[in-house]
Ligand binder design. Structure first.
Ligand code: PLP
Length: 379
């Protein structure tokens, strides 16, 4: 099977697997325990914390381990609810774990940030709204999981300073795929391991020491996240991220590894549009992740699930959008916010590559799409 669903989960990298096996051998104890084995596990976690802080431009004590981005997003949103007043500006493109949590904890304080047809939350509107005052927080992700469109969330720290508003950026689809130097400077940030080759069920948030915990009932993580840390998972996540960091380069100067992958993606898009002239690439005019292509497939071919099944039979795993929405066939809230009708968003397929995909995988995917299109009567 050639796998093109990495925005849902990137398979475990060999480095992460080795680090996990090593960690379960070396750190068998609870990191909160008072004996030497416990202290050794706690020290390993602190060393990992320092690495993450170094990459993201925050203090090691600001990094808190979680069970993933859903938990971290819930925790941050309820922290915003508990510690800020005034409006909370939120992009309607956020992952449900931030959106639904915001509806639960912030309800009437929410103001939705306008979004373009190209899938970009309007940073200028945010700047103007901040000028008008009474804003407690701004919530914008780093890159959208369905479209790959890069959002102004990573620029939040540049505009919030004078306004005393908190900034929160869900960077689950950014970390481990894109350069992240100083990404977490002065903002709250969340991420998870399984989007870049770490294990599922582990992640982190960058938050202040005054953080209002969501999970209570234990002293772990300085009281900011109760519950025994997943030591092996965390060390495997950090090993995977270290491997990615080594090839990602600088925010202002994308590395050759990224340039090459952007070129593969763009060649695939050009060839796809040649092969199926009815295809529309979502967010094509905007900056997008190197790994993600969201395409509206030609109308003739029935609904997107038939494409997924057909491509699966041809040996390719692709998706209809977000992992949460796929299978349930609910209209994508992301495409709806961008102004797409349900009959249009019903035709969306998402192809998301991973670090191990090569150009020949994109080429083979295109050949399979051509074959599926012919069999589905879409050409
Ligand atoms: N945020 C974004 C942008 C995501 O893409 C995902 C995963 O799909 C999540 C949050 C949830 O992450 P997790 O699976 O670690 O709970």
């Amino acid at each position: 099977m050639r796998y093109f669903d990495h925005n849902a989960t990137h398979p475990l990298s060999a480095t992460a697997r080795a680090a996990w096996l090593d960690a379960v051998e070396r750190f068998p104890a609870n990191s909160s325990s008072p004996h030497r084995w416990g202290a050794r596990a706690a020290a390993a976690l602190d060393e990992a914390r320092e690495k993450v802080a170094g990459w993201l431009g925050c203090r090691p004590e600001d990094v808190v381990w979680t069970s993933g981005a859903t938990e971290a997003n819930n925790a941050v949103i309820q922290h915003l609810a508990a510690t800020t007043t005034g409006a909370v500006l939120i992009s309607p493109l956020e992952h449900p774990s931030a959106r639904v949590a915001a509806k639960r904890w912030l309800s009437r304080r929410l103001e939705e940030i306008p979004v373009s047809r190209g899938g970009l939350a309007d940073g200028t509107w945010v700047a103007e709204r901040l000028e008008r005052g009474d804003v407690g927080a701004v919530v914008i992700m780093a890159a959208n999981n369905e479209t790959g469109v890069i959002q102004p969330g990573i620029a939040l720290q540049g505009i919030l300073g004078p306004h005393r508003a908190l900034g929160f950026c869900d960077a689950a689809q950014w970390i481990g795929k894109m350069p992240c130097n100083d990404l977490a400077k002065d903002i709250l940030l969340t991420a998870c391991a399984h989007k870049f080759g770490g294990p599922q069920g582990v992640g982190f948030m960058v938050c202040p020491t005054s953080f209002q915990p969501l999970l209570v009932g234990g002293p772990q993580e300085d009281g900011r996240r109760a519950g025994t840390e997943n030591v092996a998972g965390i060390l495997a996540m950090v090993a995977a991220l270290e491997e990615r960091q080594a090839v990602l380069g600088d925010v202002n100067r994308p590395s050759p590894a990224l340039e090459t992958r952007l070129a593969w993606r763009d060649r695939f898009i050009a060839d796809l549009k040649d092969a199926l002239p009815g295809v529309e690439i979502i967010g094509e005019g905007a900056g997008r992740l190197w790994n993600t292509v969201a395409a509206l497939m030609p109308a003739a071919a029935d609904c997107r699930r038939r494409w997924v099944v057909k491509l699966d039979k041809l040996g390719f795993a692709v998706s209809t959008g977000s992992a949460c929405a796929s299978g349930k066939e609910q209209p994508s809230h992301v495409l709806a916010a961008m102004g797409y009708r349900t009959d249009e968003s019903d035709r969306m397929l998402r192809f998301s590559a991973g670090w191990d995909n090569r150009e020949e995988d994109w080429t083979a995917l295109l050949a399979a799409i051509r074959q599926a299109a012919a069999e589905l009567g879409a050409v």
